[in-house]
Design a protein around this ligand. Structure first.
Ligand SMILES: Cc1cc2nc3c(=O)[nH]c(=O)nc-3n(C[C@H](O)[C@H](O)[C@H](O)COP(=O)(O)OP(=O)(O)OC[C@H]3O[C@@H](n4cnc5c(N)ncnc54)[C@H](O)[C@@H]3O)c2cc1C
Length: 560
């Protein structure tokens, strides 16, 4: 029988060339594009807050909670042991810890409570530092619900103070008895998610609790009957729901408990078994005469809820930029501590090229997210900024979310086989990455939304290009790209078929303008060469010779 050779101590081998865990750093200060953007875009007053969150995000505890919340997915309890309907979801304690942290840091509320200018920008930075994406779902929906609820002041008066409380109260009890509340949304039905006009959930006026006007309309009571095929974070206290009233598709505020403290007829059918986002529950739900109040005008459900959707679209961008940054952090860290063929990986020219290309994508996404967040800070009477926000939200949502899965896939490979193993955290990022591109408008739907924005307010294109052209003359490759994108609009034929191409061109123009104005020369030069001038291949790691790949990687790397 063969014997295994052992060292005198009995060990089979010495563990060497393995990478230490990345922890104990301030994830905010280490993220130079983000910390610079926070200052530049008007949220500099939140620097200490960001640093406090970044320091916690860099701890082993934060990483452990994030992993545990995903390893122990939520469990649906439709009934109690006696057969009574309860419609509750049980979460692992790590989920509650994370959600509590996010609420305590006011990621769900800062712009509505702080009174500081630049609060959307400050919040964007906080959101980008949060180390777990599933929690981002109820946090984002709660943040985004506030402007939609304001369409009906007495509903807003009742709910906004609860939704903006900095206390997370995990108890499943009526909202008036709680210290804080969270809000979700339910639009998608089996027969259609993108096309919400196909919704069949029906709303009938009622006066069960004598709240609001009799007979229907804004603020009035209704009973909803129907279903929703996707309803995430179902343990939220309130939901904005689309349903058909007599006057057409309308928006409703549907609480989990009725005003008399009873459980509303909001019946959870099933939880989705999802690719990623596994810490968070996404449910299928039926309404059996569920009590709700109309938000906004009857028949104006889409324009009312779009206020919420625009803010969650902003968060899709922020969330994806966050995922890219986590991926880049891990890839640059791993390759700084791992050697192959006698040399540290990060110093091997081809690996440096791959890393630099990933850093470039992450920086462009961060800059775009933070500039977009600033557009949400500007007052509504700033017409140019309002037009910019309308177009840029869709353009950037499309492009940044499309790039997320590619970045996480390549970053994972930088860790070799270790990156494919759950303990590295990379598979979780990889599975999460496609979600933002589906949610709140899938790629095609967003690209078509850009065309819609351009046709309903052609001035939005002028506002968009006015921002892009702040960098005019700074780099001829950017100027040529902008001219080519402008040229796309001179040919009206086949616009719908070309929609993705046009939106991609617009997004790259904006990102190019931002990096040329705000990033170090090495980053700006590489971006213009590889993304605007076509001097790169299709895969990451194909930056042209002459690009200062080392300088780019050094800027993004967490120092050892
Ligand atoms: C994890 C997760 C959580 C979710 N949570 C919620 C939630 O909380 N609340 C909620 O309401 N919804 C939620 N959704 C649903 C999500 O918003 C929808 O899945 C999404 O809007 C797409 O709708 P759909 O699935 O019906 O796809 P469809 O509308 O059938 O679209 C399928 C594909 O066709 C494309 N397409 C559609 N129209 C066109 C067109 N005119 N031209 C070309 N292509 C087109 C789309 O881009 C998409 O790629 C969630 C989804 C996921 C995956």
């Amino acid at each position: 029988m063969a014997t295994v050779s052992r060292t005198p101590s009995g060990a089979t081998h010495e563990v060497v060339n393995q990478v230490p865990p990345l922890e104990g750093h301030d994830a905010f200060e280490a993220n130079r594009p983000l910390s610079e953007a926070l200052e530049r875009e008007g949220g500099g007053w939140a620097r200490e807050r960001a640093s406090a969150l970044g320091t916690w995000a860099g701890t082993a505890e934060a990483r452990r909670w994030a992993a545990e919340a995903n390893e122990h997915p939520p469990v649906l309890q439709t009934h109690d042991r006696y057969g009574n309907r309860v419609d509750e979801v049980e979460f692992h304690p790590a989920w509650h810890e994370l959600l509590g942290r996010a609420v305590a840091h006011e990621i769900h509320s800062l712009p509505w409570t702080s009174g500081e200018p630049g609060a959307h920008t400050a919040r964007a930075a906080l959101m980008m530092l949060f180390p777990e994406a599933g929690v981002g779902c109820p946090i984002s929906m709660t943040y985004a619900a506030v402007p939609a609820l304001r369409a009906t002041p007495d509903i807003a008066e009742e709910w906004v103070p609860r939704l903006t409380s900095a206390t997370y109260d995990r108890r499943f009890i009526p909202a008036p008895e709680k210290d804080g509340a969270l809000c979700g949304m339910a639009m998608t039905e089996k027969q259609g998610g993108s096309d919400v006009r196909a919704n069949t959930t029906a709303a009938q006026p009622t006066n069960r609790f004598a709240v609001g006007a009799d007979g229907g309309g804004a603020g009035a009571e209704y009973e909803l009957t129907g279903h929703k095929w996707f309803c995430s974070a179902p343990m939220c206290d309130l939901f904005l729901v689309l349903a058909q009233a007599d006057g057409g598709l309308s928006c409703f505020a549907l609480p989990r408990f009725t005003p008399d403290g009873e459980r509303n007829a909001f019946h959870l059918q099933r939880l989705k078994d999802k690719l990623g986002n596994r810490s968070n529950a996404s449910s299928e739900v039926e309404f059996r005469g569920a009590w709700a109040r109309m938000v906004g005008e009857e028949g104006r459900g889409v324009p009312t809820i779009i206020e919420m959707v625009n803010h969650t679209r902003l968060d899709c961008v922020i969330g994806t930029a966050a995922i890219m940054r986590f991926a880049v952090e891990q890839a640059t860290w791993h390759t700084s501590h791992r050697a192959a063929f006698g040399k540290t990986l990060i110093d091997q020219p081809l690996m440096t090229n791959v890393l630099a290309d990933l850093c470039l994508e992450s920086e462009a996404a961060t800059l775009a997210a933070m500039r977009l967040a600033r557009a949400y800070d500007n007052p509504d009477d700033d017409r140019a900024e309002t037009l910019f926000k309308r177009l840029a939200t869709a353009v950037i949502k499309y492009w940044v979310c499309k790039r997320g899965p590619a970045v996480t896939g390549e970053a994972l490979e930088c860790l070799g086989g270790n990156g494919y193993v759950e303990a590295s955290g990379m598979p979780r990022l990889y599975r999460e990455a496609p979600l933002s591109s589906i949610w709140e408008g899938s790629g095609n739907v967003i690209a078509l939304d850009v065309l819609r924005a351009l046709s309903s307010s052609p001035e939005s294109l002028d506002a968009f290009f006015a921002e892009v052209e702040l960098a005019a003359g700074a780099d001829p490759r950017l100027d040529a790209h902008v001219a080519a994108v402008r040229d796309e609009f001179t040919r009206p034929e086949g616009l719908e078929t070309r929609a993705r191409r046009i939106v991609e061109g617009l997004a790259l123009a904006l990102q190019g303008s931002l990096v040329v104005r705000h990033s170090p020369p090495a980053v700006a030069d590489a971006f213009c060469a590889a993304r605007l001038d076509g001097d790169a291949g299709l895969a990451f790691g194909t930056l042209p010779a002459g690009v200062d790949t080392r300088a780019i990687v050094e800027r993004h790397r967490v120092a050892a």
